[in-house]
Design a protein around this ligand. Structure first.
Ligand code: GLA
Length: 724
């Protein structure tokens, strides 16, 4: 619900459990008033009286004094007395960059906003479009806010329009700005940081005066820093206390900042990374920022996560795919790497069929000249020397055995040793005369260029058209360097990063539209592009190259802070684990992989009979609980970063069913009395736990809990909980 009160000039936006309030002050500046638990329309007047700033009602003060420096703003200005980081900066032809936007008009429209060429929330109840104008240029700015009754997520974005004739440069274009004014306690910030094979570790640091900035300058969202920040109140825990989430629905270089000012308010804002950013806007042109998903929770981090999970499932991920049963995949990468032939693949397919798997995914190495990572990328045609009879032979074998077929691509990349590069060396990102940086021996295609994207669209489409392919794994294995394109003039190189991302989105949009029956899985050297933008096209993303039965608990835990478990591809792989060298029980690897879109990635022909029996059982069990993976509410019970246990629980929306997976890392003799209190059940319902033969009320299971089983190193347990 969005309500405007003409008397106080206030705007009150309310979603499921929250309200967000601002008003247009006497100088026409958009002042933030409140974001927290839901309040009524009548409270907006109170907020204006009690929280409206500053004390002086003289509009002139805003022009001659520094009156905006302490003002909680919905759009930070530059060069006019607000010394905190600005939200949007316009540089005019004479070089002057002061920028301050004032209210012109607003409208409330039904539904969501569609951003051309970019991922965006697929629906909303209502959208507020607030139009402001720069004091010093012809740039108009729409601040967009979409709300929905059934969601705790507020969707924000900004659109700039050049209403004049002179060109102007947008030197900074963040998607949102908000302020958390009541923060005199000790607040902290949580980010999801990491690296390859260690994605999305939650890192919490106190906020203090100055600016905390998280960013990616790698050309994509990155393993190192997810485009997400949460600001936590002093008492925020897993299931209690207040927190605010900021998630950019964006896969490119980004920045999110939290600036604690001299009066202790926190300005949080974010969007496209503003480092060396610049976007030229000619008269009549518009520029849209990516959307940001903002979330308030009064139920701690767990409440915030569940709100984001619902949001991603209901608003972002393809509705056709999101709740549809996922195929149990067998992927050949860790089984064969580049070294395979028909015989090897068929032997894996035969076993996969016997074990009850659904889809065989042929990973890297099937195309061009590709027996290692130094060649072949860009040549998206089958290597018939390696695969006799081409893909058709392998697909035919899959069909015979009742399996569907999936295929790996890395569409944005090129190897120097490839036909594509030899024909079009200028299609790779780089600067003539400068030796390019290589990552995994490869270069990145210049996706700012339409002809490059068109070519890749055509070659990938040809393979998809000519073969029965139901699944595509879309990979991306390096960062962007050189950051230059000959495609743009010198004064527009600041557009490079974002244009690359638009090129990626453009290709993803075209391929997913052209092949609606193909399931697209995202991947980026593991989980390097696991973000809300990518989820719009890929219902599921390879979470990490690290499938170790212990490390994965951490990676999946951290990923779940924002993203639903159904979006995480989770595979059982061989031991000793290829990334860590650790050996964990087969049952544990299966249990951890069942907390997501499960699959296998190992040489099935090398499994013992006992392991094969376990695989069969794991798949049968998974098919009993996959509904909870797709639709359930996640409760995180034991933090793997903080102690000897990992435990998570999925609960059906009607609270009639739950599934719990736990792991004990070390068989520590003095750590066997751990009580696990369950969460999310209905206190007054009675439940049984199949594995324990226990019957108890939800109140008892949540209040008293149960002892964790005594287990050796990396032992795991699984409980199926059902209402009686
Ligand atoms: C990346 C992916 C892996 C695999 C390889 C293939 O590392 O994360 O799963 O597909 O590329 O080269």
């Amino acid at each position: 619900m969005i309500a405007f009160d003409n008397g106080t000039k206030s705007l009150l936006l309310s979603g499921k459990n929250y309200s967000y309030c601002m008003y247009i002050n006497c100088a026409g500046l958009l002042q933030h008033l409140y974001w927290g638990k839901k309040i009524g329309a009548a409270d907006a007047a109170f907020l204006v009286t009690a929280h409206g700033l500053p004390a002086s009602p003289n509009p002139d003060d805003y022009n001659k004094d520094m009156a905006t420096d302490g003002m909680p703003s919905e759009c930070g200005s530059f060069g006019r007395g607000d010394f905190r980081p600005a939200t949007v900066i316009v540089r005019r032809e004479d070089g002057a960059a002061m920028s301050r936007f004032r209210y012109v008009s607003h409208k409330i429209v039904k539904g969501a906003l569609h951003l051309q060429g970019m991922p965006c929330a697929r629906k909303a109840d209502e959208t507020l479009i607030l139009t402001l104008k720069d004091d010093f240029s012809d740039i108009e700015l729409d601040l967009n806010y979409s709300v929905s009754e059934d969601s705790d997520v507020l969707v924000r974005s900004a659109v700039m329009r050049n209403a004049g004739k002179d060109a102007a440069e947008i030197a900074k274009a963040f998607s949102f700005c908000t302020e958390l004014p009541d923060t005199r306690g000790t607040w902290s910030a949580l980010r999801l940081a990491g690296s390859w094979a260690r994605e999305r570790t939650p890192v919490v640091t106190p906020l203090a005066e100055g600016t905390l900035r998280i960013e990616s300058a790698r050309g994509y969202s990155s393993h190192q820093m997810n485009p997400f920040l949460a600001v936590l109140s002093e008492d925020c825990g897993e299931e209690s206390g207040e927190c605010y989430g900021f998630n950019l629905l964006y896969s490119g270089s980004f920045a999110i900042t939290a600036d604690v000012s001299h009066n202790k308010s926190i300005r949080v804002q974010g969007g496209i990374n503003d480092f060396l950013f610049g976007w030229q806007l000619q008269g009549g042109e518009t520029f849209a920022t990516p959307q940001a998903a903002l979330c308030y929770s009064a139920e701690g981090l767990g409440g915030m996560s569940r709100a984001y999970h619902d949001f991603f499932r209901e608003y972002i991920i393809d509705p056709k795919r999101v709740y549809a049963r996922r195929p149990v995949v067998i992927n050949n990468w860790e089984a064969t790497y580049f070294d395979f032939d028909n015989e090897k693949l068929c032997s894996i397919i035969d076993e996969a069929a016997k074990l009850g798997m659904d889809t065989f995914v042929l990973d890297d190495g099937w195309f061009g000249k590709r027996d290692g990572d130094t060649s072949g990328l860009g040549d998206w045609f089958v290597n018939e020397e390696k695969l006799k009879g081409g893909l058709k032979a392998v697909i035919g074998h899959c069909k015979e055995k009742g399996l569907k077929f999936g295929l790996w691509f890395e569409p944005e990349m090129v190897s120097e040793d490839s036909e594509l590069y030899r024909a079009h060396p200028d299609w790779a990102i780089g600067k003539a005369g400068v030796e390019p940086c290589r990552g995994r021996n490869q270069l990145v295609l210049d996706f700012t260029r339409k002809e490059v994207v068109d070519y890749i669209f055509e070659t990938v489409s040809k393979i998809l058209r000519e073969n029965e392919i139901s699944y595509v794994k879309w990979d991306k294995n390096r960062d962007i360097t050189e950051n230059y394109t000959a495609n743009l003039p010198a004064d527009r190189q600041g557009e490079f990063w974002h244009r690359y991302t638009l090129g990626f989105y453009g290709l993803a949009e075209r391929l997913t539209k052209a092949f609606p029956n193909v399931f697209f899985e995202g991947c980026a050297g593991g989980g390097g592009r696991f973000d809300g933008g990518a989820l719009y096209y890929f219902p599921q993303i390879w979470t990490s190259d690290d499938t170790d039965g212990l490390e994965r608990t951490k990676i999946q835990w951290g990923t779940s802070v924002c993203y639903p478990v159904s979006a995480m591809s989770c595979h059982v792989s061989a031991c000793p684990n290829h990334q860590t060298g650790r050996t964990t029980p087969f049952a544990t690897r299966g249990a951890i992989a069942s907390l997501g879109a499960t699959g296998y990635e190992l040489d099935l022909t090398k499994l013992s009979e006992e392991e094969k029996a376990q695989v069969r059982e794991q798949i049968e069990n998974y098919k009993l609980i996959d509904e909870l993976v797709l639709r359930g509410d996640l409760y995180r019970l034991a933090d793997p970063f903080d102690g000897n246990y990992f435990c998570e629980m999925l609960v059906s929306k009607d609270k009639s069913k739950a599934y719990l997976v736990g792991e004990r890392f070390r068989g520590d003799p003095c750590d066997h009395d751990r009580v696990m209190k369950l969460f999310g059940l209905n206190e007054s319902k009675t439940y049984t736990i199949r594995e324990l033969n226990v019957t108890a009320s939800g109140a008892a299971l949540m209040g008293a809990g149960l002892f964790c089983p005594r287990l050796p190193d990396c032992g795991s347990w699984v409980w199926h909980i059902e209402e009686v």
